[in-house]
Design a protein around this ligand. Structure first.
Ligand SMILES: Cc1cc2nc3c(=O)[nH]c(=O)nc-3n(C[C@H](O)[C@H](O)[C@H](O)COP(=O)(O)OP(=O)(O)OC[C@H]3O[C@@H](n4cnc5c(N)ncnc54)[C@H](O)[C@@H]3O)c2cc1C
Length: 331
């Protein structure tokens, strides 16, 4: 279990014992008919994604740390990633777990069924419990069919009310295919599309909000047209002010890399990253209160972005160099 500075979820005391599941890295069984995989907890997310892809299947959890994050870590933090809107969180993907308690008792709850409504759902106790109840050693996970096409767009929006309207408009217009709805507040967009950031702005700076939209669809030739039509309607109805549509997988990857370039918040100092879940209806006033409070008390820069479609925001608050260590210690 490695350490993540920003959440300190795996930090240990000097007297602590560190347990590595690195060698529990076997994907034991893939059942393409049931669309279920059984894997050991030390398998990395990327290893699982790549292996099931060879059978035309997809494990839909995806996050930046895919190359190092393990399935046990994903499960014990109930990780969500970028596509919660369509596929849910880890809690929605884990069908069963095997776990070992501190006294050596093995809990076997490796259920392979999607519908299992008998008795207590023991696995849920372990999901999101951050290792406090025991060590997850194996998991059964639900797989999905690989999306046959992916459409992406970056749009500019002038007001948060329009961000909310856009979410409903696109979800309705795409018939449930909307897989990501990531909002970048204007100052964060400027930061991640200005040198020393590697990406240049696909849309001009100066809009209050930018939304990254992704849809996972079928191989039907009209998918692109359907996506573009939903955006044209949004433009006509004055929900969005401007839009670019990715024309290739490379352009999709570029749009994601803009959203994921969070490291830019460390350019001029340290930064503390916060992960806040709240209803969409409360977001606008909450963000305003946080930014106002920080500016009043400490003149600190605060960037905001997040999975608005899931009711989840990130705040990156700039602090003087070295101060973030002290803040971590205060947790
Ligand atoms: C509360 C929380 C929520 C998070 N949500 C997200 C998210 O939604 N999206 C995202 O991109 N990232 C998220 N993260 C970041 C997190 O680093 C990743 O979710 C990643 O999945 C962690 O995997 P890892 O193998 O690196 O785990 P580690 O960083 O090694 O461990 C993370 C935590 O899980 C425990 N743990 C690890 N393996 C096991 C195991 N086999 N059995 C029992 N406990 C174990 C550790 O003790 C530690 O508490 C979250 C982190 C935390 C702490």
């Amino acid at each position: 279990m490695g350490s993540r500075v920003w959440c300190a979820g795996a930090d240990t005391l000097s007297s602590g014992l560190v347990l590595s599941l690195e060698r529990m890295s076997t994907i034991e069984q893939i059942d393409p008919e049931q669309r279920v995989v059984t894997a050991q907890a030390g398998v990395t997310l990327q290893q699982l994604q790549d292996t099931v892809a060879q059978q035309g299947l997809m494990f839909p959890l995806d996050l930046g740390a895919r190359g190092t994050a393990t399935l046990g870590g994903n499960a014990s933090t109930n990780a969500g990633g970028n596509r919660v809107l369509k596929y849910g969180m880890m809690r929605d993907m884990v069908l069963g777990v095997e776990a070992v308690l501190a006294d050596g008792t093995i809990i076997n709850a490796l259920n392979p069924l999607i519908k299992n409504n008998a008795g207590y759902d023991l696995k849920q106790l372990f999901l999101g419990s951050e290792g406090t109840l025991g060590v997850i050693t194996r998991l059964t996970l639900r797989l999905r069919e690989t999306a046959q096409s992916s459409q992406m767009s970056l749009v500019a929006v002038k007001a948060f009310d329009d961000v909310k309207r856009l979410l409903r408009h696109m979800d309705r217009g795409l018939g449930g295919q909307l897989s990501a709805f990531e909002v970048l507040w204007g100052d964060f967009y400027q930061l991640v599309t200005t040198l020393p950031a590697q990406n240049r702005p696909p849309l001009p700076h100066g809009h209050p909000f930018y939304v990254l939209l992704e849809s996972h669809g079928t191989s039907h030739p009209m998918e692109h047209e359907r996506f573009a039509a939903a955006l044209e309607d949004a433009l006509r109805d004055d929900i969005i002010d401007d839009a670019v549509i990715a024309q290739s997988e490379r352009e999709c990857a570029t749009l994601w890399s803009i959203r994921d370039d969070v490291a830019q918040v460390f350019n001029d100092g340290d930064a503390l990253l916060f992960d806040v879940s709240l209803p969409i209806s409360a977001m606008q006033s909450y963000v305003a209160a946080v930014k106002h409070g920080l500016a009043e008390t400490a003149c600190m820069q605060c960037w905001t972005f997040g999975h608005v479609g899931d009711g989840n925001l990130h705040f990156a608050v700039q602090v003087p160099r070295g101060a973030s260590r002290g803040a971590q210690r205060m947790r």
